[in-house]
Design a binder for this molecule. Structure first.
Ligand code: PMT
Length: 220
């Protein structure tokens, strides 16, 4: 049995991809399956936390006892997160789109006979983790860093820039781990310099480890 070390704590978690509409039938997205975030939500709930899971479109059942808020776009995800900034712990696992089409076409985009190329203008989305870091109050903020090269350097930069208390870094260039795989391998970097590496294991087991380490570092 798991110790209920998160009893009375509210935990906010984001998971999965976002969908950015191009027109009524098309969108931009990525390969995130939501598995990592859902595993963390399940582990937090097992420790007795009151868990709110803000989820992009995924094919996973709601973990037992977890409140799932389904969202599609980055803007929707941001709106849901803003409503739960009173959480004690925030874990931002979602693979949020960094850009969204500048204008959403109101009807289906048509192929033109004259043009062999088409450009879609994109604009930056809201950085949800940055917002959480900047407005965290008493919230312990944990972000993820999905990198394909210079993993450690970029992850350490994100930890500082996003005002997070911890960044969980993973190398998404390796098909065996990261997006859409059943396994992951991470290093947790904390703002006080503490580091916790975890070897490759299934995301369920890793979710338990990640929550365990966060609880230890956060509650001392
Ligand atoms: O869902 P799975 O298939 O299980 O895969 C898990 C995962 C690879 C998606 C996960 O482990 C992971 O790395 N999630 C973060 C993916 C990501 O978008 O990383 P990033 O380095 O681009 O972003 C850094 C952090 O900022 C992340 O915490 C992200 O949630 C957050 N972010 C990014 C952009 C944005 N507009 N808002 C954000 O909150």
């Amino acid at each position: 049995t798991v110790q209920k070390t998160l009893e009375g704590k509210k935990v906010l978690i984001t998971a999965g991809p976002t969908r950015e509409a191009i027109d009524p039938i098309r969108y931009l997205t990525n390969h995130s399956s939501g598995k990592m975030g859902y595993a963390i939500a399940e582990a937090a709930s097992a420790r007795g936390a009151d868990v709110v899971l803000v989820s992009g479109p995924v094919n996973l059942p709601a973990p037992p006892g977890v409140t799932v808020i389904d969202v599609e776009s980055t803007a929707d995800m941001f709106g849901a997160v803003k409503g739960h900034m009173d959480a004690d712990l925030g874990i931002f696992t979602a693979a949020v789109s960094d850009f969204t089409p500048r204008d959403v076409q109101s009807s289906k985009m048509k192929k033109s006979e004259d043009d062999d190329e088409l450009s879609i203008e994109l604009k930056k989305t809201q950085d949800i983790l940055q917002y959480a870091g900047d407005h965290k109050g008493d919230m312990f903020v944990v972000g993820f860093a999905a990198e394909t090269d210079n993993v450690r350097k970029y992850a350490a930069a994100k930890l500082e820039k996003k005002n997070a208390d911890c960044i969980v870094m993973n190398d998404v260039s390796d098909k065996e781990i990261g997006m859409n795989s059943d396994d992951n391998e991470v290093i947790m970097l904390f703002s006080d310099g503490f580091e916790q590496p975890y070897p490759k294991m299934d995301k369920q087991a890793l979710g338990v480890e990640i929550i365990g380490t966060i609880v230890k570092r956060w509650q001392g």
